[in-house]
Design a protein around this ligand. Sequence first.
Ligand code: 26Q
Length: 799
Amino acid sequence: MNIKNTMPLDATIFRAEILRHLKYSLGKDESHASLYDWRMSLSLALRDLVVDPWFESTRTTYEAKGKRVYYLSMEFLIGRLIEDVAVNLRVDECAEEAMQSLGQNYSSVVADEPDAALGNGGLGRLAACFLDSLSTLGIPAYGYGIRYEHGLFEQHFEDGRQIETAEGWLAQRHAWEFERPEVSYPIGFSGTVSESGGQVVWSPGETVLASAYDTPVVGWKGKWANTLRLWAAKPTRLFDLESFNQGEYLAATEPEALARTISRVLYPDDTTETGKELRLKQEYFFTAASIQDLLRRFLSEGHDLRQLANKVAIQLNDTHPAVAGAELVRLLVDENGLAMADAIEIARNCLGYTNHTLLPEALERWDEELFARVLPRHHRIIQLIEEAHLNATDGTVRIIEDGAVKMGELAFIMAHKVNGVSALHSELVKQTVFSDLHQAYPDRITNMTNGVTPRRWLYSCNPPLRALINRSIGTEWPDDLERLQGLEKFAGDAGFQADFRAAKMHNKERLSDWLKQRDGLSIDPAAMFDVQIKRIHEYKRQLMNLLETVALWNDIRDNPDMSWTPRIKIFGGKAAPGYVVAKEIIHLINNVAATINKDPVNREFLQIVYPENYNVTMAEVLIPATDVSEQISTAGKEASGTGNMKFALNGALTIGTLDGANVEIRERVGAENFYLFGLTAAEVVARREEDGFARSAIEASPRLARVLEQIATGRFSPDEPDRFAALVSRLYEHDYFLVSCDFDSYFATQRQIDTDFNDTAVWTQKAILNTARMGWFSSDRTISGYADEIWDVHSAMRT
Ligand code: 26Q
């Protein structure tokens, strides 16, 4: 396209560009164009606008020969891109106008785009927010990951049970990526390791190719664009012609199918219990490709490998790419002749490791036998890394222990900085999982509290609030989010409050319409929208939320004439397919919903809504429409949370525990604007030690006992009365996440919320103060922190 990226773009020019793509890229005539054709044409026209800033950024980076950041992540939970790109380029209005003039409904075209769901939840979405911020700040960076053919499964409910089906975002060609057939690396697995004359040679028994696909990631105002490079696995040999010629057609394609398996599908666990060989291969596959790629780039600039850490910062998004340490050492020693000790030192200076969980079941460990079989050379190198570490410290922490390779220890020992994702979490990292390593390396652990991109999570998903903010404090806030503080002075202003409420009401109506259209449901936008959306996990305690809902239902039925505050309980989220208890919780939510929603006594006061297939796009509709944000994990278990930030930023009030970033959110928005309940992390640990703590808590709470009795005896599953008996007895016997102990305090806090919600002026003031004081939680602030404290990199943007 020959139009330069000079904004504002004229809608007529843009319209011509869309038509040009329709004709020449899609080969379609206007009269025959499908929704897909229009979407592709629009996307390609937008993509053209990204190319110039992208080239410019790449050129600037090469010329500066400065340091680059490499963000290695198994997951990038991106969502849709059309609106994101249009907004960042400031051509959203122009794009809408152009589509309209072509007789196309812009929202329908935007809504036709499948979510890029290359992630499970928080960790993957964080990576996507970080890409947005890296580009907005003009920091030279690459995201590296896997181009999964199938993203996170799609969720349906059948008789209230979760059913998973394969997701297929690549079924139709999409517009955002550029295939790079010339960028490909061989990735070896298994085989043998031999030594001759001090030179170690690994001869893999199996090799696949990692082939690059690049997606430009443009930042705010289109000033800078980085690259997300995703690797697809391909066979080294396409096809076994000999088998084919012998008539063995299936066997002939086997090598291809086997190789492609590696990038076939995203693992749908968000905590691991797996020791699956394929998962290990995925991890090594994308890590090795990325390290080879960044080394090639480094060497092509003519630097000496000893300078690597001055030019390269590699961030490990959890332990999934932790083999990077061993791989980098392998390349430095085996392929470039460096001494082992030097290589370890150089690698460590390049690497940073972010921990996202303390849950023991989520800490990756590989069976040593499996690891040594798949990665024999790395197994040996890890032994040497361990040896060097034991010699350097008088510590006793091992990487390989009890027949397992512990990836957390490997990542920690090979990183110069290790960070947690909220203040509380980082302290707990020091005190629990890595306490011994923290003693050995006391300067290593640091904190980088998570953040979210305000472009997607306020500007684009909340047009009425965006407009109000623009009118009130100007338009400079999207890349300087602390400016939202300017809203504080309007918090008590009746006129501003009315506008703020009108924006919220608009979003609630949008959600109601969306639910009506999608699921045929009717909900009253005047009711309180109380929302819990996240992966289904016992520690996140969706069950406690549901028990409170049933208790409220009981109270309403007991006193139907009292003036109850109408409430819609909205749940959203997927359970890992193998997580049996989480799936039972989903089933129970749906069964309770079926009973409560058809009860004429409380219909106007209480409804439960659980739309299928929660994803990024659904979050963009739900969050701006929310009054009450549920952040109710057992204290000490949620590393940070990022949904909590999105809600508060959009003017929802939080009901939450002192867990993860809730602590910091509460400090910033003010205790009086946050509904706190429940035990603290320290109290949780102490209470768990008490014999029969759950049974005593339940016996002390008639309200809770009654609810549990109803569930256990089939009040919500009359066709199978003992369906949930085991789930309930589990609460009595092993209430590891202390649902029973926090229930009463949670219930009481919810009733306080009922009261406060009715005092419109007070409630609105609290909501405004939440928005006004959430600026610190921009992922731009988080990334600036990583840049200064961990990566030592700077913006390269010419201003
Ligand atoms: C590992 C091995 C095998 C299969 C799956 C996995 C796996 C995949 C994903 C393990 C963990 C995850 C994801 C973890 C995650 O999303 N953690 C969340 O990270 C957020 C960003 O820091 C935090 O806000 C959340 O608190 C944390 O739960």
